[in-house]
Design a protein around this ligand. Structure first.
Ligand code: ADE
Length: 227
């Protein structure tokens, strides 16, 4: 899979690339590039944003700057680009990221994530250059970079080779294997600590009973909304 992140802070992704499961995915042949939006602005002084028409606080990323940058990166009109690969604007008002969307993106050969800053994007960027707008939650963070890392983290760990154990991503919170419910509770040694003991069934060695116990706890958590 090929993931590109268009950002004003490409160096932030140097750290991210070094994280174990990300590094594993990259070693397995997947690709993550951080592309510098400012490098291709046609405006003087590295300008990329402007004040909003109609007034209001903050600055808005300009559509002409994004047009130039995407053309430079892909050598194609961005209006056409979104027909060739998913181009995703990260914005608080977008489609909420969940396990289903992560699976959908993990199945794509190539994805481009656009990071907003300040007050976000000129709406024409989203309308004409993007196939999707995605949010990581109904709150506002200072820019799309951390949201892009959340998307990349969630997507890359689904790819073969990213996690140590083949089943790690298959049976985890919100997966199809758990019927969309949160994951069951985990315990490890010591079996008894300060009088808090591990549920007996997990020490029993009865795989079918353990499976049923875990499924039941997972369902309870799904019903109560506490993961
Ligand atoms: N940019 C700023 N806030 C965001 C959010 N909640 N999700 C995605 N991108 C964002």
């Amino acid at each position: 899979m090929q993931i590109d992140v268009v950002t004003l802070f490409p160096q932030w992704f140097d750290w991210f690339r070094g994280q174990r499961h990300v590094a594993n995915a990259l070693e397995a042949g997947h690709d993550l590039r951080a592309l510098d939006l400012r490098e291709h602005t046609p405006l003087t002084g590295g300008q990329v944003d402007d004040t909003p028409f109609g007034g209001g606080a903050g600055m808005v990323l300009r559509v002409d700057v994004m047009d130039h940058a995407l053309r430079a990166f892909y050598d194609t009109d961005p209006v056409e680009l979104r027909k060739e690969r998913r181009v995703i604007a990260l914005t608080p008002g977008g489609r909420m990221l969940d396990d289903g969307l992560v699976d959908e993106l993990a199945a794509e050969p190539a994805v481009t994530l656009l990071c907003g800053r300040y007050e976000g994007f000129d709406e024409r960027i989203v309308q004409h250059f993007c196939s999707d707008a995605v949010s990581i939650g109904r709150y506002v963070i200072a820019g799309g970079e951390l949201a892009a890392m959340v998307v990349c983290d969630a997507v890359l760990r689904k790819l073969p080779g990213a996690l140590g154990h083949v089943d790690s991503a298959a049976e985890e919170s919100f997966s199809v294997a758990l019927g969309g419910d949160p994951e069951y509770p985990h315990y490890t040694r010591p079996a008894e600590y300060r009088g808090w003991s591990v549920p007996e069934v997990l020490l029993s060695g009865h795989h079918e009973e353990i499976r049923r116990w875990r499924r039941a706890r997972s369902r309870e958590r799904g019903a109560s909304g506490t993961a």
